[in-house]
Design a protein around this ligand. Sequence first.
Ligand code: ADP
Length: 402
Amino acid sequence: MKVLVINAGSSSLKYQLLDTAANNVMAKGLCERIGIDGVLTHTGNKSEEKYTIHTPMGTHSEAIKAVIDILLDPEKGVISSMSEIDAVGHRVVHGGEFFSDSCIITEKVIKAIEDCVPLAPLHNPPNLIGIRACQEVMGPNVPMVAVFDTAFHQTMPQAHYMYAIPYEYYTKYKIRRYGFHGTSHKYVSQQAAEMLGRPLEDLKLITCHLGNGSSICAINRGKSYDTSMGFTPLDGLPMGTRAGNLDPAIIEFLAENEKLSAAQVITILNKKSGMLGISGVSSDFRDLDTAINEGNARATLAKDMFNLSVKKIIGSYIAEMGGVDAIIFTAGVGENDRSVRWDVCEHMEYLGIKIDPEKNKYRGKQMDISIDYARVRVLVIPTNEELMIAKDTERLVKEMAK
Ligand code: ADP
């Protein structure tokens, strides 16, 4: 099945056309500066050449039209008719408590995504615009599926997702831990089960999605059991620019002393904290490594804090699940940064966790990096959220056709 995967942001739109039978990316690209002028960067599999096209994109509909045009282009494109696109899979950030799986998009589903806007005011509106734009350009006969970042985590037990604030705030505002990166955690857990040659239902896994945004998930017998991001992606680990969890009293203290509003403090916690805030150098782990090699103590401190937080969460999830069969590292940092993997797993031999330093030298490659005799396997698995979205889309469209 040929599935167009769409990830729509406020002024950008990422796309991939995947052939699910061959797990093959036929073409991919990015529309930027939507509503300003419009730039499209496109790569098709006929040639590896990257095209940059300046074309007016006043709206997301115009961006989708530009995507379809380039996919159909005799030279740069990969299909000869729009009817070759069997379905569209849309990434949607927040599905609240409505969605515990991906689903075929209907008017009722759109309404529920709208109802989740207060929970994700920056993300759900552009996701909705992307859905509407595709419907407008592609017509009503192409099935569309919404794949939610939060859905995978809906299996968490209540004691794991509640915050200990008055219960009425949960009933009134649905304040609770939702968790994000669900598509990635789900994808790598399935890959891990395949690598281990065991059914997912028999496994206790801890998946570490460590990128610019980072979260960890305890996956107990195939189901999300706990996760580090919370009501918003600000909770949990310190990240590129996010603070992660902290004593909430700091917010009022900073607001008063720095003469800031609560919203301004939250912006600082989202955009100026984490690795950037501590190091004063960068949010990018590669820049931190360069600074560390030059003897920068604050860059070292930032990375030490990150590694410690990952270790603490892994430890707590092992305690919650009563053991672990495999720990999985994924995303930009998890796939590439060997020092993070090494420091996180150091001194955990007593739990059966021991990395092989030779195997740990590889990066960006799916492999088992644990020492042969280790009881717990440590795996590096490159994530592929677009493929997971395409596979979910295919599954639901086929179910609908039955
Ligand atoms: P996101 O999808 O959250 O934007 P990614 O998963 O692409 O993030 O991860 C981006 C981060 O991965 C970069 O900020 C960088 O710090 C890190 N990264 C990428 N390549 C490497 C590498 N070779 N070594 C260390 N860190 C890397």
